[in-house]
Write a protein that binds this ligand. Structure first.
Ligand SMILES: *[C@@H]1O[C@H](CO)[C@@H](O)[C@H](O)[C@H]1NC(C)=O
Ligand SMILES: *[C@@H]1O[C@H](CO)[C@@H](O)[C@H](O)[C@H]1NC(C)=O
Ligand SMILES: *[C@@H]1O[C@H](CO)[C@@H](O)[C@H](O)[C@H]1NC(C)=O
Length: 310
């Protein structure tokens, strides 16, 4: 079944949502990055599931979850984009699933749920398609530090300035820092610039700053048998950046500050770059593990049915 919200997603980029959404540009970059690293059978599987045989098959669905979260049919998914860690930055950063996940869910349980649904062969293709869109999106969200923080609604309630423009801190971490990193051109042509950024991060992972043990270590603790523990690990890692880089002097000190032209940006930009790189690389590994499971089942089924033929 073809989902029409793809077109809505493209429109939603023009009015970058201000709250609780790692900017469209970040999500699209993470999706392109993942498509650069997945195994060929993973590409084939998700191109089939998402009915898009172009190189944009993941990028094209990366912002879908944001485009539907304010709609009547998907409003119930809006808490799935974050986990509100009730810690005390910069004194203490930590994520406690019991304490911080809302009753109807959070990004950690949502990642676990939609991963399990992709692995549940009893669900129809439409549900696998929706689950794939959510997994691609939420792996991005969990890597944005302010999606792993409760203070002032994840920084939405903290007014700041970025190159003189009045914004809130959450928006700066969702969008402004990444857009400045690539030269402030991303808004007009997000797909084109996301592709370029993803390719340059791919080169860093293959042979540059993130090569070898650095990026290999990003896969530590990745466990397809325990998606909740895996997502919680990612949330804790993202949340730790809140104490060190997002709010190094606490939520009060940053109110009204200029962040774009100051040393704040110099500290924040490498963290955004690292988190986007990690998210894309991990998403690729995660999708590979999912497809490996599905294929292993198919092989088992094929061999047992051929044995049944004997
Ligand atoms: C694949 O996705 C891209 C990005 O959303 C879109 O522009 C393109 O039309 C899609 N192609 C197909 C065959 O659906
Ligand atoms: C899992 O996903 C399904 C389908 O979207 C949804 O109905 C259900 O509430 C989700 N469960 C959790 C725990 O998020
Ligand atoms: C594997 O097969 C089992 C038993 O038929 C099924 O319950 C499960 O959903 C399948 N998993 C995948 C990933 O296909």
């Amino acid at each position: 079944m073809r989902l029409s919200p793809l077109t809505i997603a493209a429109g939603a980029l023009a009015v970058l949502p201000t709250s609780h959404a790692f900017g469209g540009f970040g999500h699209i970059t993470i999706a392109y990055l993942a498509s650069n690293f997945v195994a060929p059978e993973t590409t084939a599987y998700f191109q089939g599931l998402l009915r898009n045989d172009t190189a944009d098959y993941l990028a094209g669905v990366a912002t879908w979850a944001d485009s539907v979260r304010y709609s009547k049919y998907f409003r119930w998914t809006s808490n799935f984009h974050f986990i509100d860690a009730k810690d005390d930055p910069p004194r203490a950063c930590n994520v406690d699933l019991e304490r911080d996940c809302k009753a109807d869910g959070c990004v950690v349980t949502a990642l676990a749920n939609y991963t399990s649904r992709l692995l549940d062969a009893s669900l129809p293709a439409y549900e696998h398609n929706v689950a794939a869109r959510f997994v691609v999106h939420f792996v991005g969200d969990v890597h944005q530090p302010l999606h792993d923080e409760d203070v002032a609604r994840g920084g939405n309630g903290i007014p700041v300035r970025f190159h003189g423009v009045e914004l809130n801190l959450h928006h700066v971490w969702d969008s402004s820092i990444a857009e400045k990193l690539v030269g402030g051109v991303a808004r007009r042509q997000p797909y084109r610039h996301a592709r370029l950024w993803a390719d340059s991060l791919t080169a860093e992972i293959r042979a540059g700053r993130f090569a070898g043990t650095t990026s290999r270590a990003w896969l530590d603790g990745l466990d397809i048998d325990d998606p909740t523990a895996t997502a919680l690990l990612w949330a804790r890692e993202g949340n730790a950046h809140v104490c060190t880089t997002v709010l190094p002097e606490g939520p009060q000190a940053i109110r009204g500050q200029e962040l774009g032209t100051t040393s704040y940006y110099d500290a924040a930009a490498p963290v955004i770059e690292l988190q986007v790189a990690r998210a894309g690389y991990r998403l690729a590994a995660w999708l590979d593990l999912i497809v490996a499971r599905i294929k292993a089942n198919e092989t088992r089924r094929a061999s047992s049915s051929s044995m049944g033929d004997l």
